[in-house]
Design a protein around this ligand. Sequence first.
Ligand code: PGA
Length: 247
Amino acid sequence: MPRPLIAGNWKMNGVSSSVSEIDSLIKGLKSDQTDAEILICPPATLLDRISNLCRETPVKTGAQDCHFNASGAHTGDISADMVADLGGSYVIVGHSERRADHGETNEIVRDKAKAVSDAGLTPIICIGETQAEREAGQTLDVLDTQLTNSLPDDLSGERFVVAYEPVWAIGTGLVPEITDIAEAHKFMRDKLKGLGVENADDVRLLYGGSVKPGNAKDILAVENVDGALVGGASLKAEDFLGIIFPS
Ligand code: PGA
C-alpha cells in the first residue's frame, strides 16, 4: 500500500496573516506522529512564503494549477518550473473548479499533468462526476473517460496521484456512501491497471469532497483510498490536524 497523502487545497483563500495556520500545523505535527505525507497547496501568492516556512518540516507544498507550457506569453499563468523554483513539489491539475470556470478539458489536464511531471514534480489529477451524471447512473463511465483522457502516457505509479472528487460533494457537506467511495476507488485502481500504468498499485488514490475531522477516519479506512484532498477543512490547522489524526 502506498504511503498516504493528506493534501490541503486552500483554493482562493489566504492572505499574509493566514500563514500563522502553517505554524500551528507544523507544531501539531511535531507533537504527534503520522505515517502520512502532508501537503499544503496555498494560492500561488503565498507559495514562496509557505514553502520557506515548511523547509525542514514534514509539510510539503504545491500549487493548485499551472500552465502546460514551461514558459512564454501566457499572461497571468504560472508554470510548473516556477512552482518548483518556489519549493513546491506537487501541482493539482484538473480540479473541477478549473474544469468548470476555465473550460479545461481532459486533454488540457493531461498536458498540464505532463508539464508537471516534466518539471520533476508530482501531478495530482482530479476527476469526478457531477450531480446530474451521478443521478443518471454515469459515475463510473465518467471516471473511465476522465482517466483514459487525462493521464499522460508513460507515467509510472509513484509519479502521479489521482483524486476522486465528486463535484456535488465539494464544499457542500455531502459525502458519498462509503460503499460508493469504495466502488469508485476499486474501479479507478482496476482502470489504471487496464491502461497499462506501470506500478498501478503505487498510484495514490485520494478521495476529496467535504472531508472533515468527523468523517475522515471512515473515509481513510476504505480500501484503495490512499489519502484525502481537503478544501475548506484545510484552512484551519485545527481542522486539518483533526483529519491527519482522525479520532
Ligand atoms: P472541500 O473541497 O473539502 O471544501 O469539499 C475539496 C476540494 O475541492 O478539493
